[in-house]
Design a protein around this ligand. Structure first.
Ligand SMILES: [Zn+2]
Ligand SMILES: [Zn+2]
Length: 489
């Protein structure tokens, strides 16, 4: 069981400016955080930051050195409770990469926190102390349990792990020696302890799984309801025509016919699992041969540290966007698109796109990348769609080729690798969407727009951002209702 706090990079920068203002003194603040219980772990998700004003809210203490005033604590705790958020009181000590509570700190938690926990209606109360590159936390749960916070995860570029003392590298398998020369044994350890979700095990998803498993990612969860089809094999390395239910006969390959061929073809997730375990037998691989939109399936991805979307449907995009914002999970959506003029057959556009998840800017929803019209179309029964001959019918096969998929999958996994191992350098453009135009041979970075009023990623009181278990997800059952609600807005 682990206890973590994730905070967006912008919130972390603001905390640092306030706590480490250069005067060498102690300062205080409160983080209001959503919380989530997944896989037996508790994840706290930084949503709002309330700075304590020096000399007004944060004053010379009666027992310790400095303290938050009773008024400030009460107002902040009531605000958190009413918003259904955890209360996290933060202050700083000196030092760089190691930090811990003082005896006065612990005594003040023991005096004050039982009463705070009692008024919080189930939300935890946390004391957090930070040095410039370390953090330690004392978590008080409503059921009376008290535990140490394992780490603070700072999201963004790179992803930073703040622990009470520096992490020591374990010795890694010799076969990773070449890549560990790039990001160190600590980097290899991070990959081993990272849980990555890949939604969709098709042309893009299988490539992602191939790269992730070879890199030594310790835990991978994937979902896809489909069986392999012979038309998938040209885009999915490691798959065989036999996997696709086609058998070898004298004189060549021939598809098996009827029901028997469908039974013979392997599930895409099973093929993905086989390939991943061949590359790394120690990988904890979970293959879910089901639809991501099912609530139980969607829940399997809430525990992920990083989440890739490699499925085409708009309803999957809506749910993915909701999960990454609500549970503060970093990741990227990957796709490729080829547009052909239906009358002339001329190729109009051919590109790969990678859209990183941002927790400090816009999301797929406020950037218009989940068109309500398409959501509605997907919700229309197939026979109706056929009868009306929609142009964008999602059941019609679209052009696709392995190289365009590989460009996107490779860019996205490369970004994952550098961001999680800490090698990535801060860069404003990093939150931008990649677009590789294969016809023109050009690479673009499109800056996503950011809407403070966005119902998903926005700053308003009702936005989904960092709410954790405190909001519903747009899965299958509630999806239709939610989509129609959106259409009215
Ligand atoms: Zn202290
Ligand atoms: Zn948004």
């Amino acid at each position: 069981m682990s206890l973590t706090l994730a905070i967006p990079r912008s919130m972390y920068s603001e905390i640092c400016r306030h706590l480490f203002s250069g005067d060498g003194d102690e300062h205080g603040a409160v983080i209001a955080a959503g919380s989530a219980q997944v896989d037996g772990d508790t994840r706290l998700l930084g949503r709002e930051l309330i700075l304590a004003q020096d000399g007004v809210d944060y004053v010379r203490g009666e027992r310790g050195y400095r303290m938050l005033t009773a008024d400030f604590v009460r107002d902040a705790a009531i605000h958190c409770r009413n918003a259904g958020l955890a209360y996290i009181a933060v202050h700083n000590h000196g030092g760089v990469d190691a930090v811990g509570f003082s005896r006065d700190d612990m005594a003040s938690h023991e005096r004050g926190y039982p009463a705070l926990v009692a008024m919080m209606r189930g939300q935890p109360v946390v004391g957090l102390v930070m040095a410039t590159a370390a953090a330690a936390g004392d978590v008080w749960q409503s059921d009376g349990r008290r535990a140490e916070l394992n780490e603070v995860v700072v999201l963004g570029r790179p992803i930073q792990h703040l622990t009470p003392s520096p992490l020591l590298a374990k010795r890694n398998e010799p076969r990773y020696e070449r890549q560990a020369r790039l990001f160190g044994d600590v980097g290899q350890d991070i990959l081993k302890s990272t849980h990555v979700g890949v939604i969709g095990a098709g042309g893009v998803g299988l490539l992602l799984i191939e790269y992730l498993s070879r890199l030594g990612v310790g835990r991978i969860t994937t979902t896809d309801p489909d069986r392999l089809d012979p038309t998938n094999v040209p885009r999915m390395p490691g798959t065989t025509l036999k996997d696709a239910g086609v058998i070898s006969l004298k004189g060549g390959w021939r598809p098996m016919v009827g029901r028997r061929s469908r039974q013979k073809a392997a599930m895409k997730v099973q093929v993905a699992k086989r390939l991943a375990l061949e590359a790394n037998p120690a990988c904890d691989f979970r293959a879910i041969a089901d639809d991501f939109l099912n609530p139980e399936v969607a829940r399997e991805f809430l525990a992920c540290d990083y989440l890739f979307l490699a499925a085409d449907s708009m309803s999957a995009r809506l749910l993915y966007n909701a999960i990454t914002q609500q549970y503060l999970i970093p990741g990227a959506q990957i796709g490729s698109k080829i547009e052909v003029d239906k009358t002339t057959g001329r190729v109009l556009r051919a590109f790969s796109v990678v859209r990183p998840v941002s927790h400090d800017g816009g999301c797929l929803w406020c950037n218009g990348l989940i068109p309500p019209g398409r959501l509605q179309l997907e919700a229309t029964p197939e026979d109706q769609r056929k009868a009306q001959r929609y142009v964008d019918d999602p059941s019609v096969a679209v052009p696709s080729v392995i190289t365009l998929n590989a460009v996107g999958a490779s860019l996205a996994t490369n970004e994952f690798l550098f961001v999680v191992t800490g090698l990535a350098q801060p860069s404003r453009a990093a939150a931008d969407y990649f677009r590789v135009d294969a016809l023109k041979g050009e690479v673009y970075r499109d800056e996503p727009s950011s809407d403070l009023a966005c119902p998903e990623c926005g700053r308003g009181p009702d936005s989904r951002r960092a709410k954790g278990d405190g909001a519903d997800l747009p899965t299958k059952e509630v999806g239709g209702r939610r989509a129609s609600h959106r259409l009215r807005n």
